[in-house]
Every structure is written in C-alpha cells, then in structure tokens.
Ligand binder design. Structure first.
Ligand SMILES: Cc1cc2nc3c(=O)[nH]c(=O)nc-3n(C[C@H](O)[C@H](O)[C@H](O)COP(=O)(O)OP(=O)(O)OC[C@H]3O[C@@H](n4cnc5c(N)ncnc54)[C@H](O)[C@@H]3O)c2cc1C
Length: 384
C-alpha cells in the first residue's frame, strides 16, 4: 500500500529539514525573502510532485502521503507555504484539462522546471464571495482578453504558471451564480509586463503574496481548462485537497509548538522547580496536545475519503478548522510557556505564532466553514 511508505517519507523530510534550521527561516523572515534553497531541496527530493501521476513524471501517491510530507515539514520548524501549492494546484489541470494540456504542463511541473503555484481566485471587492468576482475574460478570435484584479495571489513572483479564475459571462446573465466562471492556465512568462502587473504585499508573515492586475491581457484560447463557464465547479475538488493539506501543516505546527513548549517547561527553573511542574503551565500544553490528536484523526479521515474519490467537502473543511484551531491553541500555550523569551526572535516561537495564525483565515475563514457545516451538514438555512 502507498501509505506503507509514509514512515520512510517522514524520515526523508526530517533529514532534509535538518539542513534548514531556525536561523535560516529567521533570516528569510527578516528580509521577507523567498526560501529558494528550501524549495529547490524539496523539488530535487521529488517531494513536491508526489500527487502527479507517474505517467506524467510524478510519484502518483495519494493525498495521505502529501499530507504527511507537509505535516513533517512544519513539525520540524520549517514552512511549506512557499511551495505547497506546487503540490495541489495542478489538480484542476489533471482532472479537467485536455490530454494535450496535461502533456504540455504536468511533466515540467513534476520535474520542478515549471512552477504552477499561483492561484488567482480572491479579489478585493468580492472577498470570500467568489461568485461575485469581476475579473472578466472575453473571447476575441483565438484569444481571451482579460481585465480585472486579483489580491492575495501568493507566490505569483515565484511561479511560471497561474491558475486563474475569471468570469466569462456576467453574473446577471447566468441562471446560477456559480455558472459563467471559467478557469484558465496562464503562462505568466508570456504576459508579465504585457497586460499583467504583479505588486508584492508586505504582510505580518513571510508569504510572498501579491496583487495582480490584468489590463487587456491576451492569452490564447487554448489556456481555457475544460468547458467555458464551468470553472467554479472544477476548482472545488482542488479546494478540498488544499484544505486538507493546509490542515496537515497546522498539525505539524501544533506538534512543533507542543514539543518546543514541553522542552522549555522541563528545563526552565523558576521558584526552585521546573515551570512544567506547575499545572497552570502543563494544562494548556496538554489540552493543545489533545486538540492536535483529535484534529489529526479528522485529517486522516478526510484524506481517506479524498483518496477513495468520495465526497469529502465537510471533512476537508472541518479538518482545516479543527487543525488551525489546534495549532493556534498550541502556539498560544507555547508562547505563554516561554514567558518573555517567547517574544525573542531567536526562539522562533513568535515567528511560528504569526505564521500559524493565517490558517484561521486562508484559504477559507472559520466563519465560512461554520456556515458550510450549518447549511450542508445540519440542513439549516443558508446564511449568506
Ligand atoms: C497571506 C495570505 C495568502 C493568501 N493566498 C491566496 C492565494 O494564493 N490565492 C487566493 O485566491 N487567495 C489567497 N488568499 C485570500 C484568502 O483566501 C482570503 O483572505 C480569505 O478567503 C478571506 O477572504 P477576505 O480576506 O476577502 O475576507 P472577507 O470575505 O472580506 O471576510 C472578512 C471577515 O468577515 C467574515 N465574513 C465574511 N462573510 C461572512 C458571512 N457571510 N458570515 C460570517 N462571516 C463572514 C470572514 O469570515 C472574515 O473573517 C490569501 C490571504 C492571505 C492573507
């Protein structure tokens, strides 16, 4: 079984991460620099192509293996956000692209020669209401002409290709608001400076995120994935994979925080005894551990359903919610355990604390997950 290789893959990741200690991440964080060396090392080890089928040059492994890779990266104090999208963004192309598109792009993505890690969905005015996006692609002969703007398009400056969601029919001209949205694979090397402008956004974490502007950007009609107007549905399965993998990163963060907090609580002596002997110090760490273990079961269940090709929208969402809350609880316990030293950069706690907070907001915020559960699992009226 593919999952039999998980212990070995975890060990490979662990060894690779040893080459990227806290000091590496602190330097990158200070400079807001892209961790190129880390991404290259993962690429060379073949870890980013695990989900691409073997016939296109990947390892053809199930999601549960990709989940273990990202969990392990984070549990070892590293951060997969610079490249996690290289693992799963190709899913829309794989499932809905033509054979010609798959042959054109997937082998390059598998080898790392091509980076597909920019996913342009969010827009400044639409926010979470994706069907209200206003970036529009209009067919003109053999091309589409794209106008509009995306925000929070992460890694756009470190990507060759972008998966772009745009309206091809205005919202007021479609029967269902999720209709009339199409998905394109855009070769950014062809359009950068020729209709596409990228502007970095400086944020509280080192995330290489950007805003992207489209001004009469011409892309070949062959960039369309699947049928025109069906793009919203195409990206949904990919979003499940994304949520499960982000949840896996949160598990890893939680494990790092819990280990770091426990180590410190054992060693730090105040009032003549280790601070970890006090229940007031132990309990938040123990509680976070229980939360992490529960979230881990849910992530495993979501992976099992996804890998079996079964519906897993609720499980993907719930596992992301539980894991992001577990990592936040663990981060809070870790920071508190460290007292003042939690604020010192050299302990890495404050950086990881900032980093893990993102996942209660992106790629989908907790409120929207709760709305999904209420509507789809509890049959309550849609609230938005
Ligand atoms: C660092 C970073 C990286 C990102 N990377 C990407 C990327 O690569 N590609 C991409 O497309 N997007 C990306 N995003 C965008 C991210 O997915 C969105 O920020 C997120 O989905 C929330 O959308 P919003 O920021 O527009 O918030 P809004 O939709 O404006 O919501 C603001 C707040 O209101 C709440 N809210 C809104 N509507 C409701 C409602 N009906 N009921 C209850 N509460 C509600 C939300 O939960 C949220 O807390 C990234 C964001 C960040 C910060």
């Amino acid at each position: 079984m593919a999952s039999d290789i998980i212990p070995q893959i975890r060990e490979t990741v662990r060894q690779l991460c040893e080459g990227f200690p806290g000091s590496y991440w602190r330097d990158k964080d200070r400079e807001r620099a892209y961790p190129t060396e880390f991404v290259n090392a993962l690429t060379e080890a073949g870890l980013l192509s695990s989900l691409i089928p073997e016939e296109y040059g990947g390892a053809g492994l199930p999601l549960i293996v990709a989940s273990a890779i990202l969990e392990e990266i984070h549990a070892n104090g590293c951060n997969g956000a610079a490249c996690h999208a290289q693992m799963y963004t190709m899913g829309t192309l794989l499932r809905h692209g033509s054979e010609e598109q798959r042959r054109k792009y997937l082998p390059g993505i598998a080898s790392g020669e091509l980076r597909l890690q920019a996913f342009g969905v969010t827009e400044p005015t639409a926010g979470t209401d994706t069907t209200s996006i206003s970036t529009i692609a209009v067919r003109d002969g053999d091309d589409y002409v794209v106008n509009g703007q995306k925000v929070w398009t992460s890694r756009a400056e470190h990507s060759d290709l972008m998966l772009l969601l745009a309206r091809t029919t205005a919202k007021d001209k479609v029967a269902k608001r999720s209709d009339g949205i199409s998905v394109f694979i855009v070769d950014m090397r062809e359009v950068l400076g020729k209709g596409m402008t990228i502007r970095p956004i400086r944020t509280m974490i080192n995330h290489s995120t950007t805003e992207v502007f489209f001004d009469n950007m011409r892309i070949p009609a062959s960039s369309l994935i699947g049928e025109e107007g069906k793009g919203f549905r195409y990206i949904l399965t990919g979003m499940n994979a994304e949520r499960i993998l982000i949840a896996s990163e949160c598990l890893g963060d939680a494990e790092w925080f819990i280990r770091t907090a426990s180590n410190y609580a054992r060693e730090r002596t105040v009032f003549g005894r280790p601070i970890g002997q006090n229940q007031g110090v132990q309990f938040p760490i123990a509680r976070a551990y229980a939360q992490m273990r529960a979230a881990k079961l849910m992530v495993e269940e979501a992976c099992r359903l996804y890998d079996a090709g079964e519906a897993c929208g609720a499980e993907a969402n719930m596992s992301k919610m539980r894991a992001s809350e577990a990592s936040w609880a663990a981060g809070e316990a870790c920071l508190q355990t460290h007292g003042g030293f939690g604020f010192a950069e050299e302990y890495d706690v404050e950086r990881k604390f900032r980093e893990t907070r993102l996942y209660q907001i992106a790629p989908i915020s907790t409120n929207l997950i709760l709305s999904f559960i209420a509507e789809h699992e509890l049959d309550l009226p849609r609230s938005y």
